[in-house]
Design a protein around this ligand. Structure first.
Ligand SMILES: Cc1cc2nc3c(=O)[nH]c(=O)nc-3n(C[C@H](O)[C@H](O)[C@H](O)COP(=O)(O)OP(=O)(O)OC[C@H]3O[C@@H](n4cnc5c(N)ncnc54)[C@H](O)[C@@H]3O)c2cc1C
Ligand code: FES
Length: 388
């Protein structure tokens, strides 16, 4: 293994001033580091988020962590470890010492400066490791969970079982790039899981759990016994219960297959999107310019009203309208009408408007996938776990 030389350079910045201050410093042309002063301590980290490379310099520092400005991943200022999804890798953490003159001396490996990303070593399975940890659900939570379990040193059998046909992927990316294929969205490669002895069982839908026998039964007839079980089955899209809601070309967006199918349907078509929160508005941004028309319908006074408030919602509505999206606020869908070919032709709104529609995307919320927990955990009528 080559010996990687260490750099030892005086950082040209003075890290005084406001707490939580972030500054990118150049290490004599060898690379850049993010120097942060927070809570009286100085840290030096990689400059880019390990998720999609956002500049952490523009992030927010609080509670010993820097939060990425793009999608909110959090990195520990003390270690560079990732502490909040999305993203699975940490960023390099360098040795930083404040000199008598207030300058900061940073010591960094060249390889870390170049990689700007830091994967923690995962333990593998040991032959005598008898315990089995079974994680149900291959979303972000399940994927992070199996890695955290291996990182913590667990050496037993570790299984991630998901009903999807894909390895865990970056679901939030779907509404920004509907045409992206599942492989490009993968959080980890098959080789990664193999190296960490994590068994990923795709197309394994859990049907029932026997807490007494510590066993999960899958719809394909197989069973897996466990020592500890993690249920991370997330949610599925809500649909609308109104006449015509089962017509062809009324879609939801949850998987790469959904996204790819919608991307294939929209060119040159009239697209109606129901829901003016993140999925609806992001999908509208994707569709505009590709579809013949894009109309977004929602019940609020402005898009994003509940999540971002009316002021920011109105501003974002304006940005979408500038690009050609038609936004219809304060309205619901009452009916979907078919054309002569039996496919969707019109979306009828609560004020009687009939919007021409070849494709309709529903972005109207999600329902918890907790059926498998029935009889095991106390669920309310909507499928949420009741508080204990
Ligand atoms: C299009 C889209 C865009 C989004 N954009 C953003 C964003 O920009 N920012 C953001 O913060 N959030 C975003 N979200 C929300 C985010 O994706 C979710 O909060 C996140 O996916 C939740 O992760 P999870 O692992 O808990 O659940 P999920 O991602 O729902 O994963 C659950 C997994 O469990 C599997 N499963 C379900 N039932 C079973 C069963 N019985 N047996 C086996 N497997 C089962 C599912 O197939 C799935 O793989 C977006 C969501 C969507 C759909
Ligand atoms: S780029 Fe940082 S969280 Fe996505």
């Amino acid at each position: 293994m080559p010996v990687v030389p260490l750099r030892d350079q005086q950082c040209p910045c003075e890290v005084g001033g406001a707490p939580g201050r972030l500054r990118v410093c150049d290490l004599a042309g060898e690379g850049k580091v993010l120097v942060v002063k927070h809570d009286g301590k100085v840290s030096a980290l990689g400059t880019k988020c390990s998720h999609y490379g956002a500049p952490l310099e523009k992030g927010v520092v609080a509670n010993g962590r820097v939060r990425c400005p793009w999608h909110g991943a959090c990195f520990s200022l003390a270690t560079g470890d990732i502490e909040d999804f999305p993203g699975l890798d940490g960023v390099p953490c360098y040795q930083a010492v404040v000199e008598a003159d207030g300058g900061v001396r940073v010591r960094a490996r060249r390889a870390d400066l170049q990689a700007n990303k830091c994967s923690q070593q995962l333990a593998g399975r040991k032959e005598d490791g008898q315990d089995v940890i079974l994680v149900l659900g291959g979303g972000g939570a399940g994927a992070s969970c199996v890695e955290a379990v291996r990182k913590s040193g667990f050496t037993g059998r570790l299984v991630l079982a998901t009903r999807e046909k894909h390895l865990p992927y970056d679901r939030p990316k779907l509404s920004k790039a509907l045409d992206m294929d599942a492989e490009k969205l993968r959080l980890r490669t098959p080789e990664f899981y193999k190296a960490a002895d994590i068994e990923v069982l795709t197309e394994h839908e859990a049907e029932s759990i026997s807490a007494e026998e510590k066993k999960v039964r899958f719809t394909n007839g197989t069973e897996i016994g466990y020592t500890a079980l993690v249920v991370a089955t997330g949610s599925r899209p809500r649909t609308l219960d109104c006449p015509g809601s089962d017509l062809a070309n009324i879609c939801v967006l949850r998987s790469p297959d959904d996204g790819n199918a919608i991307a294939g349907l929209i060119p040159g078509q009239n697209v109606v999107i129901v829901g003016t929160s993140f999925i609806g508005m992001e999908a509208a941004s994707y569709c505009v310019g590709k579809a013949s028309s894009v109309t977004v319908v929602g019940p609020g006074d402005v898009p994003f009203a509940r999540s971002l408030g009316t002021e920011i919602g109105a501003m974002l509505q304006g940005l979408h309208e500038e690009k050609g999206v038609v936004v219809k606020n304060g309205l619901n869908v009452t009916e979907f009408k078919a054309g002569e070919d039996g496919k969707l032709a019109q979306v009828v709104l609560s004020d009687g408007t009939e919007l021409p529609a070849d494709v309709c995307l529903l972005g109207v919320g999600a329902i918890p996938c907790t059926e498998v927990l029935k009889g095991v955990v106390d669920l309310d009528e909507r499928g949420y776990c009741r508080g204990r």
